[in-house]
Design a protein around this ligand. Structure first.
Ligand code: HEM
Length: 510
């Protein structure tokens, strides 16, 4: 019965028939294949489908219908269909029963449309020019601190064995400082006190092992299993840390209100979240919403930008001609090698193209989740032409997954999709969220887009002005083969790109 009703829910759209659903928690944990009948798409199936060609149909929609466990879903891979699903119509919404919300609570990223409006209203004012200029200032401070602490200058060159660790540390420090006022230096990681697990380690475990936490029953934590111990420590430590920070901020706001001082700042991300709890009224946050929004900002605000920086550094190492074009642009904008300023941040137009192209090839968020609010007619596009093929009736509550990887590698939108070609981005298209899916689209598009672009631009301008980036190609290996081997073949949604080593050499003109 489950299988037949699943087929009906997706209007018999052709596609993958399997034992476990594409987004089921169990399917995340168990092996991909347990015998011929028990095919499980698994957590990495969008990338695997991209690599193998997957299920090739004539249209940009396929379905995934499980017969044992999980929900049926329609998977869409065209910009036209993305606009229909993520746009301003009220036919699709975030999941009603989101497994992320069950674990991390209800927040601006997980809530459905009506309650979400309150959250976005509280947070929107914090995303202002004042914040972006602080992001720039802090990125400059952290960059200089990093170069000095790592002693790159003295050696004139440096080998970074896992560049993703470096970029994740950088971006976590920036969001912690700019959004939450948790100041740190490059040499001391933000401590959570107590368990010895740093904030970055806690966040890493919490995200990578979220399915374990969601599925393990309470009694399982009494078993001597290392993985459960680690997950439990990370969750407990992280949320205790967040609660302690919220309490401190509450006290700070209260004491400043008494004295008329304003050091906690009006309209900063953290203050807005905590004030929404203190001040009450129509837009009040309850305790859980405070913690959940704090968590989501900290997480979404660093991991995604870190992945983009990780990818772009590897790509610059591979495509030296593109790196050189960016270097020339930096020299042009920063005459006499002066330091860049916030006001320069929009001037690095070729660098912005490179960032966008990196996010196209390696989107930090590979799938966007929605469900049909009622029975909805979804207009399916033809793969070859983009013209309408037919309508499918998606049953109320059925999942529709916007396949960001599929859209970004759709040759109709991006000819020669596997190539790194920053020049494909004509200037006007850079600012529109209808031309790619990297930051989402429509009312729920990324609130932190500008935050991350300002931060990434500052980091890259400072780095590329003074340093050349290289990767080690194996003898006879082409950049494309290295890219396939080190980047595309290894990517997973939870961990992003695999460990990528790069080398930095100081430019002679400095
Ligand atoms: C390269 C960096 C980033 C990428 C690729 C990215 C990607 C995305 C995407 C695709 C969405 C839409 C999700 C959906 O439609 O279901 C989103 C939403 C969101 N992002 Fe980002 N993001 C980035 C940086 C940031 C930063 C720096 C912050 C915060 C400081 C942030 C906070 C959020 C939040 C809170 C939402 C939910 C917005 C809402 O539903 O109203 N993101 N992001």
């Amino acid at each position: 019965y489950k299988f037949w009703s699943g087929l009906k829910a997706v209007d018999y759209t052709p596609g993958i028939r399997c034992a476990f659903g594409a987004r089921s928690l169990l399917g995340f944990l168990i092996p991909k294949r347990l015998g011929a009948l028990f095919y499980n798409p698994g957590p990495n199936f969008l990338w695997e489908m991209k690599r193998s060609g997957g299920f090739e149909g004539d249209t940009d929609a396929i379905s995934v219908v499980p017969w044992l466990h999980g929900d049926p879903a329609i998977l869409i891979s065209s910009l036209e269909m993305m606009q229909q699903v993520l746009g301003y119509s009220d036919e699709f919404d975030k999941f009603k029963n989101d497994s992320g919300a069950a674990l991390f609570g209800l927040n601006v990223a997980t809530l459905q449309r009506e309650p979400w409006k309150k959250h976005r209203r509280v947070l929107n004012p914090a995303f202002s020019k004042k914040l972006y200029s602080l992001v720039w200032k802090e990125s400059m401070r952290m960059f200089r601190d990093m170069v000095e602490t790592e002693a790159w200058d003295k050696a004139g060159s440096a080998t970074i064995p896992v560049v993703g660790d470096l970029t994740a540390k950088f971006t976590l420090n920036i969001v912690a400082s700019c959004a939450f006022d948790f100041r740190s230096t490059w040499s001391d990681s933000i401590s959570t006190a107590g368990t010895g697990m740093s904030l970055s380690k806690c966040l890493k475990v919490v995200i990578e092992d979220a399915p374990v936490r969601a599925l393990a029953p309470k009694w399982a934590y009494f078993l001597p299993l290392k993985v459960l111990k680690r997950v439990d420590t990370a969750f407990t430590t992280l949320f205790a840390f967040l609660r302690a920070q919220v309490a401190l901020r509450r006290e700070k706001i209260a004491s400043e209100e008494m004295t008329g001082d304003d050091k906690a700042g009006k309209n900063t991300i953290f203050s807005n979240i905590v004030r929404a709890n203190i001040e009450g009224g129509k837009f009040a946050f309850d305790e859980d919403e405070v913690i959940s929004n704090t968590f989501v900002m900290l997480f979404a605000g660093h991991e995604t930008t870190a992945r983009t920086l990780n990818g772009i550094l590897a790509l610059f190492g591979l495509y030296q001609d593109e790196q050189e074009k960016v270097y020339e642009e930096i020299k042009r904008v920063l005459s006499n090698g002066r330091d860049p300023e916030f006001e320069d941040s929009e001037s690095f137009t070729y660098l912005r193209k490179c960032i966008q192209e990196t996010m196209r090839l390696y989107p930090p968020v590979s799938v966007l989740l929605r469900e049909a609010v009622r029975d909805v007619h979804l207009s399916v596009t033809k793969r070859a032409t983009g013209e309408k093929s037919h309508d499918v009736v998606v049953k109320e509550g059925t999942h529709v997954l916007v396949n960001v990887v599929g859209i970004h590698y759709n040759p109709r939108h991006f000819p020669d999709p596997d190539s790194f070609k920053p020049s494909r981005w004509v200037d006007e298209s850079l600012s529109s969220d209808a031309v790619f899916a990297g930051f989402g689209h429509g009312p729920r598009a990324c609130i932190g887009r500008k935050f991350s672009l300002v931060e990434a631009t500052c980091f890259l301008v400072m780095l590329l002005r003074d340093w050349r980036v290289d990767v080690d190609l194996a003898p006879g290996e082409t950049p494309q083969e290295w890219q396939q081997r080190m980047m595309t073949d290894r990517i997973t949604p939870a961990r992003g790109l695999g460990p990528i080593p790069i080398r930095l050499s100081r430019r002679e003109s400095r």
